[in-house]
Ligand binder design. Structure first.
Ligand code: FES
Length: 152
């Protein structure tokens, strides 16, 4: 074997060995790294009470909630996620109901199912007043549809 040929085969072997080691290290690092999914916080502030008008609910797209403000009844927060397969429902002031654009479920103003295939009513979340005067929603605390927060 010529000396030149030996070096080229040696170099190729070294490159193959380094590649195999780096691929193996990558697999080990991936195996040791936990598969974690980061969820947005379930408790968050949505603003001052005065930020919300009376009448039709305010839709907060990022949080996927509807904020209702009623002069006599106070604040209520409804989940905008359909209980069928998770599409975002819309609220129609014309018939005061929630409609899901995906498969046609219809929910009453209180979130009850009026037309399937949704299996369960929409959820309502607890809304409270934080110390700084802002409204705070807790998606981990589901409340009855009749729950209201009165703010003077
Ligand atoms: S996701 Fe709403 S009806 Fe299917």
């Amino acid at each position: 074997m010529k000396r030149r040929s030996f070096f080229s085969w040696g170099t190729a072997g070294l490159v193959a060995l380094c590649s195999a080691i780096s691929v193996s290290l990558g697999a080990v690092v991936r195996f040791l790294t936990p598969s974690v999914f980061y969820e947005p916080p379930q408790t968050f502030k949505i603003g001052n009470p005065a930020d919300f008008s009376f009448g039709p609910p305010t839709f907060l797209a990022e949080e996927k909630i509807f904020v209702f403000r009623d002069r006599e009844k106070g604040f209520a927060v409804a989940n905008a996620v359909c209980t069928h397969l998770g599409c975002t429902v819309g609220y129609f002031q014309s018939d005061e109901r929630f409609h899901c654009p995906c498969h046609g479920s219809v929910f009453g103003a209180d979130g009850t199912v009026q037309h399937g295939p949704a299996p369960r009513p929409l959820e309502w979340f607890e809304v409270t007043l934080a110390r700084d005067g802002k409204l705070r929603v807790d998606k981990d605390r589901v409340v009855p549809a009749s729950y209201r927060l009165m703010v003077s």
